[in-house]
Design a protein around this ligand. Sequence first.
Ligand code: BG6
Length: 508
Amino acid sequence: MSSAANPLRDAQDRRLPRIAGPSGLVIFGVTGDLSRKKLMPAVYDLANRGLLPPGFSLVGFARRDWENEDFAQVVHDAVKEHARTPFREEVWQQLAEGMRFVPGVFDDDEAFETLRSTIEELDKSRGTGGNFAFYLSVPPKFFPTVVSQLKKHGLSDGGTDSWRRAVIEKPFGHDLKSAQELNAVVHEVFKPHEVFRIDHYLGKETVQNILAVRFANTMFEPLWNRSYVDHVQITMAEDIGIGGRAGYYDGIGSARDVIQNHLLQLLALTAMEEPTSFDAKALLTEKLKVLNSVRLPKDLGRHTVRGQYAAGWQGGEKVAGYLDEDGIDPKSKTDTYAAIKLEIDNRRWAGVPFYLRTGKRLGRRVTEIAVVFQRAPHSPFDATDTQELGQNAFVIRVQPDEGVTIRFGSKVPGTQMEIRDVTMDFAYGESFTESSPEAYERLILDVLLGDANLFPRHQEVERSWEILDPVEEYWDKHGKPEQYPAGTWGPQAADEMLARDGRSWRRP
Ligand code: BG6
């Protein structure tokens, strides 16, 4: 009996670890921070978990005068410093044997010829089977050159027996027009199903859990609509400043940096309808449908706020304001905080505002989605008994205390009928012994497996810019961001924005 005809066997197969077939990964921009802190450790962790094939190969491409051994040493140091799984010499040795370095700049034909012969050599010596993913961990201005070089040197097409894929890091443009141009450039060389755009939030365990919680249970979905939900708050707060990223961040700002991608993806997963299956096409259909229904309020001056951190105190230390950070234009109007109200024009969500906010140098690091419910339509209790009863809430804690909190009212023990908010918590650490892979581990494995579920398609990226562009244009024309002291919860205007709607931000 074939496995297709045996549902039990199918179910068992799906629980087996997903292991990549013969393949290799080429990283452009391999000397960058992302590569060192995330990509190299993720490759090692995958190998250590037994999820990569024995001949897996890693090729670095950059403008450095390195030999293969120098590159392997850099990877070694990055792994030692940032990998999540213990260092095992035998795993490292096997991986290191498949490491190659190609020195060169992106318009150097000779370097791309060397890359081609390196790949051919790896196919012979390591059995990579011609299957290679090209990871563009480089600023978008280099995308056109890199992809056209891949094409010119016959690297972008795997032929009939092998695959070639392009992995693209954000920022994917800085507005709709630039995103469309980038998409056009990439699609001239790679077919849509060969392009994997990274939004590392989609690789987070808790983000994938949004769909599990919503669609694998019966308890929540009946309430997940305008009849019961008052509003939704999506918060991505960071306590860090911009660190050494002035060159990237200044002129981009918080809304383009994370609302356009991570937060709108969280919104889409929270608000979308049930997909017909958990495959990339079905997910895209539903995510795109809901993103297409997202509408900005008319008066952007009342319903959006931007801020910029000033000097302040954080963790007992005095920290500099944004304008005093190294490499920042002292007159910069770049937002380090943004709050935006969005509406969703469909039957499920009509009239339910979604408030998105993000910021650097805020009170603490926390990302969460809070679905806040309406108050009970009628209360048989005296108003004094329910003074300390807030609104019910369902909170998906994305990070750092991964889990779910449900807030509801309960009687306070005693002879009187007093009702107060209590919480019920699910914490990953307490309920599961399994550890979750780091987002990049999961995403790199999915690229090698050709599984596109967790990668935004170009339509989503473009639609997200279309939502954000009017806000950026409005901000460009109107004033400048309000300063907020580092270590606080952002500008006062953000509190006023919600207060005008009779609501307030959560203090997670
Ligand atoms: C990145 C942003 O996409 O996400 C950074 O460019 C931000 O500015 C980072 O700090 C946050 O990621 P995480 O996984 O730490 O929440």
